[in-house]
Design a binder for this molecule. Structure first.
Ligand code: BGC
Length: 796
C-alpha cells in the first residue's frame, strides 16, 4: 500500500503531466526561477502553473504599462471597513486599523490589488466592477478570506481534523470549501495554517494540526491540493495561503505574538516541514508570521522569506504579510519609522502589505531615492499578477454561479463523517477495562443531557465558523432528542452552568436531572472565543465552574459520558480518574450533534487519535512526545512517588509525572486492536545507499494488525522511528508513517511502512539534511506508546 507521501507524489506527477498538456514547459528559465539576488535557483519553481511562459508574457506586457502608483496598488491589501462605504459584515475579527481607506474608490483607480475578508457576491462583484470597469488597466481584484474549516458547511477545526489522521478526507473537505467560497467571490483562502504547536496555552493551537511535523506536513499538503485542485484556473479553485511562515507556533510560554527563538536544526526538523510540504504541493501564496524569529521579525526576515522559501524550496508564488505586520516592525524595535519598516519588509521578500497602509505611503519615496530598487517592486508586482492570471481572474473576475449562503445539504454527509472521524475516545470503562460504558444501547433509557455546550449552536463551529449561520448547526440536544424519540427513550436537558462564570444557580436542577436518569451526558469545555488568535490561557482546566458541576454530578453515582469541546488539549486529570467515559470532540462544525449521536450510539466506532499530548497539569507545558533524551533520564522510576535518594537527580518533576495524561497518537475504539511483532525487510543499509538524494523504500517495516473485538472499526496504524548514535541528539521517537485501516471482527491485515531517506534523515548542526551510520528502532502500534519494535543499522 503506498504511503501518504507516495500518494501525494502520484497526485503531483499527474498535475505536472496535466499542466504540461496545456503546453506549459520551460519551467526552469522563467523569471520565477530567479531569486531577487538574480541567481538561478537549482530547484524547480514550486508551482509550474505560475511559471508558465504564456502567463509571463502577459505579466510583462501589463507591467510595462503600469505607473508606479498602479504597481504599488497591487502590493497593498485592505478590508472593506473604511469610509464611506463601510461594510459591517466582514468575515474575520481583526483589530480595528488606525488607517481608513475607501476601498471602492481605490479599486476604481487601480490603487488596491487585493482585499481581505470581503465575502458575498453582491459586494465583491461591486468592488470588482469598479476595478475591472473603471480602473485604467482593468486589473481585477483578488478577494482573500479566512476560510479555515469550511465556508457555509463547516467541518471540524484543523486540530480536530488532524485527529482523523485522514489527509484524503482533508483534501475532499477543502475542495468542498473552495467550491462554496468561490460562489461568494473568494478566490484566495488564508489557509492552511500549519504552525506546529507544542504548547496548548497558545490559543492558535486549534488552527493547526498539532505537535507533529510528519502529520502536519501530510495535512498541509492535503489542504493545498484540495483548495487548488492542482489547477488554479478552474473556476472553483482558490489559491491557498500557507501560514504563518514560520514557527509562529513556538511562541514562548504560549503567549500570543511572543518571541520565538530556536536552533536551526529544530527549525528545520520540527517547524518547517509542514510549510515545505505545502510549497511542494504547489501552494500559490505564503503569509509571513507576526512573530520574530531568532531576533529578526519574520516580516523582515530575509533568511526565512528568501533563503529558505525562494532559494531552497523554489517557491514562486507571492508572500503576503499578516495583518498590519509591516507596521508592527516598529513595535518590534527594528525600525524607527514607517519608511524603514517598509524597506525592510519588501527587501526581505514580503510582496503584499496587508492593512498597514505602508507600501503605498512610503514606497514612492523609497523608490525615488533608490533605497528600494525598482526591480524589487517589479518582481513583487509580477508575483501578484502571476497569481491573478493563473486564477483566470482577468477572464472571470466575478463570483461564480449561485451564491452559497447556508450549509449545503449535499455537503452535510462529508462534514458529518469528518466530525465522526475527529472524535477521540479518551476513556471508556467503569471500573474494569472490560466493562465499557459506550456505545449507548438503543434501549437507553432515560438520559440527562447537561452542560453549557449541549445546546449551543454558535460554539459548535468554533472560532472561524463564518458568521451567524447557527440555524444550520445540529446541536447535541437536537440530535439526542431525535434519537430518544426514535428509540422510545427520554431526554432531559439542563444547562447547569455557563462556559465561564461562577453561578451555581443551575447546579440543583442538573443534579436533579442526573438523579432521575440512567445515564448522564455532560457537554462541557471552552467557548469558541477562548482559543484562536489572542486566546492564550495559563490555566488549561475546564473554564468557569464546569469542573465543579462535573464533580457534583459525579457525586450522584450516575454513569457519566463526558463530551469535551475545546480548541486545545485541556487538563482532564480529575475527570480521567472519576468519569467512566470521556470523548474529546473539539469544535465539530455544522453536523456536530448528529456526528456525536452516531458515535455515542455506536453506528460508528471512534477512530480519532490525539494530534497533541494532553497534560496532567499545565506546568508540564510545553509537553510533546517527540522530545530529546536527557543525560539523566527518569527511566524505570515510578514518577507518581515523591523522589527518593535514588530518583531525585534525574529529569523529573517532584509533583507530576513526565508523561502525558493522554499521549500523542492515542485514542480508543469500541473494538480492540492487537499488533504482531515488527518485521523488517533488511537489517543493514550501507550509508552511501541511504544518502542518495530522495531515496525511498530503504527498508520496509511490517506488523500484523488484528481486530480482536466484536465490531468493525477503523484503526490509525502508526509507525515511529528512533535514531541513536548520530552527531546530534534525535527525539526519543518520531512519527514516520500512518495508515487508516478498517477491519472486521477477527480480521487481520499486514500493514507495511516504507522508510526512505525522507523518513530516516535529520538535520545536523550545520542545518544540513543528512543520514549517518547509526542505529534505528522502528515501532508500529496504535499510539506514540507503541511497544512492538525492531532494529536496523546504517553501516559505514
Ligand atoms: C491572522 C491571520 C488571518 C489574517 C486575516 C490575522 O490577524 O493572524 O491568520 O489570516 O488576520 O484575517
Amino acid at each position: 500500500m503506498p504511503s501518504f507521501f507516495d500518494a501525494m507524489i502520484l497526485v503531483r506527477n499527474s498535475t505536472v503531466r496535466q499542466i504540461a498538456g496545456f503546453g506549459i514547459v520551460a519551467l526552469f528559465f522563467s523569471n520565477a526561477a530567479l531569486g531577487q539576488s538574480g541567481r538561478l535557483n537549482s530547484v524547480p519553481p514550486s508551482n509550474p502553473q505560475l511559471a508558465s511562459p504564456a502567463i509571463e508574457r502577459r505579466v510583462d506586457e501589463l507591467l510595462s504599462k503600469m505607473t508606479l502608483a498602479e504597481k504599488l496598488g497591487q502590493l497593498v491589501q485592505y478590508d472593506d471597513s473604511g469610509y464611506p462605504t463601510a461594510n459591517p459584515n466582514l468575515l474575520a475579527l481583526n483589530p480595528t486599523t488606525h488607517v481608513r481607506v475607501d476601498a471602492m474608490q481605490l479599486a476604481a483607480t487601480g490603487r488596491v490589488g487585493s482585499m481581505l475578508n470581503v465575502v458575498g457576491a453582491e459586494r465583491t462583484n461591486a468592488l470588482q466592477r469598479a476595478a475591472v470597469q473603471q480602473s485604467r488597466l482593468h486589473i481585477p481584484l483578488l478577494f482573500g478570506a479566512d476560510i479555515i474549516h469550511g465556508f457555509r458547511t463547516v467541518y471540524p477545526e484543523p486540530l480536530g481534523l488532524a485527529a482523523t489522521f485522514d489527509p484524503k478526507l482533508a483534501m475532499a473537505l477543502t475542495r468542498m470549501a473552495a467550491e462554496e467560497a468561490t460562489t461568494a467571490g473568494v478566490r484566495w483562502s488564508y489557509s492552511p495554517m500549519v504552525d506546529i504547536s507544542r504548547d496548548p496555552r497558545w490559543g492558535r493551537t486549534r488552527e493547526g494540526a498539532g505537535e507533529d511535523p510528519y502529520l502536519g506536513a501530510a495535512m498541509a499538503s492535503a489542504y493545498v491540493h484540495g483548495y487548488q485542485d492542482d489547477d488554479l484556473s478552474l473556476p472553483d479553485s482558490v489559491a491557498a495561503c500557507v501560514k504563518h511562515f514560520a514557527a509562529y507556533g513556538a511562541v514562548e510560554a504560549g503567549r500570543e505574538y511572543n518571541t520565538t527563538d530556536m536552533s536551526e536544526s529544530r527549525l528545520r526538523q520540527v517547524y518547517l516541514p509542514p510549510y515545505e510540504a505545502a510549497v511542494k504541493a504547489g501552494v500559490a501564496t505564503v503569509m509571513s508570521a507576526f512573530t520574530s524569529f531568532n531576533g529578526v521579525p519574520v516580516t523582515a526576515n530575509r533568511f526565512l522569506l528568501h533563503t529558505v522559501l525562494r532559494d531552497e524550496w523554489g517557491f514562486n508564488g507571492l508572500v503576503v504579510s499578516d495583518y498590519s505586520a509591516v507596521s508592527e516592525l516598529q513595535n518590534h524595535g527594528i525600525a524607527l519609522d514607517g519608511a524603514t519598516a517598509t524597506r525592510k519588509a519588501i527587501l526581505a521578500g514580503v510582496d503584499i502589505d496587508m492593512m498597514s497602509h505602508y507600501y503605498d505611503t512610503y514606497l514612492p519615496e523609497l523608490v525615488r531615492t533608490g533605497q528600494v530598487p525598482m526591480s524589487v517592486v517589479n518582481e513583487a508586482v509580477r508575483r501578484v499578477l502571476r497569481v491573478k492570471f493563473a486564477l483566470g481572474l482577468f477572464e472571470h473576475p466575478y463570483a461564480r454561479g449561485k451564491e452559497v449562503t447556508a450549509a449545503v445539504p449535499e455537503h452535510r454527509p462529508l462534514v458529518r463523517r469528518a466530525a465522526e472521524e475527529s472524535f477521540v475516545l479518551l476513556r471508556n470503562y467503569r471500573t474494569q477495562q472490560n466493562d465499557p460504558l459506550l456505545p449507548l444501547s438503543e434501549r437507553a433509557h432515560k438520559i440527562a443531557l447537561v452542560g453549557p455546550l449541549a445546546d449551543n449552536p454558535g460554539a459548535m463551529t468554533g472560532g472561524w465558523g463564518n458568521g451567524p449561520e447557527y440555524h444550520d448547526v445540529v446541536t447535541v440536544r437536537a440530535a439526542l432528542e431525535a434519537r430518544a424519540k426514535q428509540y422510545g427513550g427520554s431526554l432531559l436537558y439542563v444547562k447547569g452552568t455557563d462556559v465561564s462564570g461562577n453561578s451555581e444557580a443551575g447546579f440543583a436542577a442538573a443534579v436533579g436531572a442526573a438523579k432521575r436518569a440512567d445515564i448522564v451526558i455532560l457537554a462541557v469545555g471552552e467557548a469558541g472565543w477562548m482559543s484562536g488568535e489572542g486566546g492564550s490561557r495559563t490555566d488549561l482546566d475546564l473554564p468557569g465552574n464546569q469542573r465543579k458541576l462535573l464533580q457534583v454530578i459525579a457525586a450522584t453515582g450516575r454513569p457519566i459520558v463526558l463530551l469535551v469541546f475545546s480548541g486545545r488539549p485541556l487538563v482532564l486529570t480529575w475527570a480521567a480518574h472519576h468519569i467512566p467515559a470521556i470523548m474529546e470532540v473539539w469544535f465539530p462544525g455544522t453536523e456536530a450533534g448528529t456526528a456525536i449521536a452516531d458515535v455515542l450510539y455506536g453506528d460508528v466506532s471512534p477512530s480519532g487519535k490525539l494530534p497533541m499530548s494532553f497534560p496532567w497539569t499545565v506546568g508540564q507545558e510545553p509537553l510533546y512526545y517527540n522530545h530529546f533524551p536527557t543525560g539523566r533520564p527518569a527511566t524505570g522510576i515510578d514518577l507518581m512517588l515523591p523522589p527518593g535518594p535514588d530518583s531525585r537527580y534525574v529529569s523529573r518533576y517532584i509533583d507530576a509525572p513526565n508523561a502525558a495524561l493522554f499521549p500523542f497518537g492515542y485514542g480508543l475504539s469500541y473494538t480492540r486492536f492487537t499488533y504482531g511483532a515488527v518485521s523488517l525487510s533488511r537489517h543493514s543499509i550501507p550509508l552511501h545507499e541511504a544518502n542518495i538524494q530522495n531515496t525511498r523504500d530503504l527498508v520496509t517495516a511490517t506488523s500484523l494488525v488484528t481486530n480482536a473485538g466484536d465490531r468493525t472499526a477503523t484503526e490509525v496504524v502508526q509507525c515511529y522511528v528512533r535514531n541513536i548514535g548520530a552527531s546530534i541528539e534525535q527525539p526519543v521517537r518520531s512519527l514516520k508513517g500512518f495508515q487508516r485501516v478498517t477491519l472486521k471482527p477477527g480480521e487481520s491485515k499486514s500493514i507495511s511502512f516504507n522508510l526512505g531517506r525522507p523518513e530516516l534523515s535529520f538535520y545536523n548542526q550545520a542545518g544540513k539534511e543528512t543520514i549517518e551510520a547509526t542505529h534505528y528502532t522502528v515501532w508500529i502500534g496504535g499510539s506514540s506508546l507503541a511497544t512492538e519494535s525492531a532494529h536496523f543499522n546504517i553501516t559505514p
